[in-house]
Design a protein around this ligand. Structure first.
Ligand code: KIV
Ligand code: ZN
Length: 514
């Protein structure tokens, strides 16, 4: 392997999705994987196939359709996980299995506390090495590209870490993932950890060291870069830095640091950085996690100058206040506006530019909705299109359908709502009152469907500006201990709220069916 090249391993669809509180459907995952392939990442971690039948299907579908990138599936060090993952990645052009086990004393005591794993910490550690070796060997039945993660390496005892890494390389692992699972490390220490692994694991030359950093102390990107500076040659991260808790290392930040400070890092990646903005927006829209305006690299203000001195300086010479060019990350100079006169062809073209490749039926559906909105709003922005796509194309099967909603409210009156719905193929009507118009609508929907999951969170935002802006409502409900997110879109915010609730209910059903 070229020592100046760094492999980029994207885990947006696994570690990122895990954190979003919602699950993407196989079709949504495929669309995002296509965009990650355009971005030219080396490896896509598409999911954790043993975690659910949905995730198994998504990983399998991505392996069948995306042929230019290595597709990876995650497992625990368990035979059943590895066999399921092996089946999910069987059809990939290039596949990888990512297996591993907790290695810090805290993880060992917590996860392997039972005496069956050994009575002393020493006995447990000996067992853990055996389990790790066995897992790597089993994964090798399905692919010759096996990555081993030593979970919580950031807090692990060094001698044990060296020992387990040596054993799994001997067993055939070709990539060693050193995760800072809890985001506990700081750059200098994480860099030293990677340097120490290189110096103390005798067979280390047979494997690539990978870094996988979490952002609990806001240092995931800095730690990843320190790892690379000390010899790691694979970086794991997610788009927009989404991930467990405070997230993972944001790939766009790591890459732009490497590119902008090539003088310091002296390494390269094959990422097409001009795809960053588009990828960032697709991830934000599909997972319902908006990008903060001041986010490095892809935030809307990342290249905006407002103070007089800065504006003047940039106009005279761009480099005065800009270290990267907006076009290097694909940040649009102008916002594209479509109108009812744009036509089907123009709409298709713009959707493709935004990363959505639709078939004819999907395009027809989207165009119909686009025209309805363009008639009401006159101008349709990219953000509106993203919302339409998520509503029309990536919605799950409608077991519950809202046919009619009427809400009455006003000062001094009790808000009431009546709904007509199709519930599992049957027509139902219900009426209810509530604390406010949205509450009344939700009560009526609960009455009609006979379901009453706990409402955890509700929010509404204007997707674009203007009094005819589309409102996007997002609701989080809890059903059987699991969180589901529903979204709804309309120029009428009560209707958007009701649609979001019905969408969330449909998502609970989709999971029950899978
Ligand atoms: O953070 C972590 O340790 C992980 C592993 C499963 C790789 O995500
Ligand atoms: Zn992680």
């Amino acid at each position: 392997m070229n020592k100046d090249k760094v492999i980029i391993f994207d885990t947006t669809l696994r570690d990122g999705e895990q954190a979003a509180g919602t699950r993407l459907g196989a079709r949504e995952k495929l669309e995002l994987a296509r965009q990650l392939a355009r971005l030219n990442v080396d490896i896509i971690e598409a999911g954790f196939p043993a975690s659910s039948p949905e995730d198994f299907r998504a990983v399998k579908l991505i392996c069948e359709k995306i042929r230019t990138v290595t597709i990876c599936g995650l497992t625990r060090a368990r035979d059943e996980d590895i066999d399921i993952c092996g089946k999910a990645v069987a059809k990939a052009k290039r596949s990888r299995i990512h297996t591993g086990i907790g290695v810090s004393d805290i993880h060992i005591r917590g996860k392997f506390g039972d005496a069956k794993y050994g009575r002393t910490i020493g006995a447990k550690k000996a067992n853990i090495i055996k389990m790790a070796v066995k897992a790597v060997k089993r994964a090798l039945r399905y692919t010759d590209d096996v990555e081993f993660y030593a979970e919580d390496s950031g807090r692990a005892n060094r001698e044990f870490l060296y020992e387990i890494l040596e054993a799994v390389v001997d067993a055939g692992a070709t990539t060693l993932n050193i995760p800072d699972t809890t985001g506990y490390s700081i750059p200098q220490l994480f860099g030293e950890l990677i340097a120490d692994i290189r110096a103390n694991v005798p067979n280390i030359d047979k494997a690539v060291i990978s870094v996988h950093c979490h952002n609990d102390l806001g240092m995931a990107v800095a730690n990843s870069l320190a790892g690379v500076k000390n010899g790691a040659r694979q970086i794991e991260g997610t788009i927009n830095g989404i991930g467990e808790r405070a997230g993972n290392a944001a790939i766009e930040e790591v890459i732009m640091a490497i590119k902008t400070r090539k003088d310091f890092f002296g390494i390269e990646t094959k990422i097409r950085t001009e795809e960053f903005y588009r990828t960032s927006r697709m991830v934000a829209d599909m997972l319902g996690m908006p990008v903060p305006v001041n986010k490095a690299v892809v935030g809307d203000n990342a290249f905006a100058h407002s103070s007089g001195i800065h504006v003047d300086g940039v106009l005279k010479k761009r480099e005065t206040y800009e270290i990267m060019k907006p076009e290097d990350v694909g940040s649009p100079k102008t916002r594209v506006v479509l109108t009812a006169r744009t036509g089907r062809h123009g709409l298709k073209h713009r959707l493709e530019e935004l990363g959505h490749k639709l078939n004819k039926i999907e395009l027809d559906k989207t165009y119909k909705r686009f025209i309805e909105i363009a008639d009401k709003k006159h101008e349709v922005f990219d953000e509106d299109l993203a919302a339409i796509i998520s509503d029309e194309i990536y919605a799950v099967e409608n077991v519950f359908k809202l046919e009619y909603l009427h809400v009455a409210c006003g000062t001094g009156t009790l808000p009431t709502a009546s709904v007509k719905m199709v519930v599992r193929g049957e027509n139902k009507q219900a009426a209810a009152c509530g604390d406010g118009p949205v509450d009344a609508a939700y009560e009526a929907i609960r009455e009609a469907t006979g379901l009453s999951p706990k409402l955890e969170n509700y929010s509404i935002r204007a997707v674009t500006s203007g009094k005819e802006a589309l409102g996007e409502a997002t609701v989080k409900i809890r059903d059987n201990g699991r969180i589901f997110i529903g979204r709804g879109l309309s120029t009428d915010i009560i209707e958007a709220s009701a649609k979001a609730y019905v969408d969330a209910l449909n998502r609970t059903e989709a999971v029950k069916k899978s």
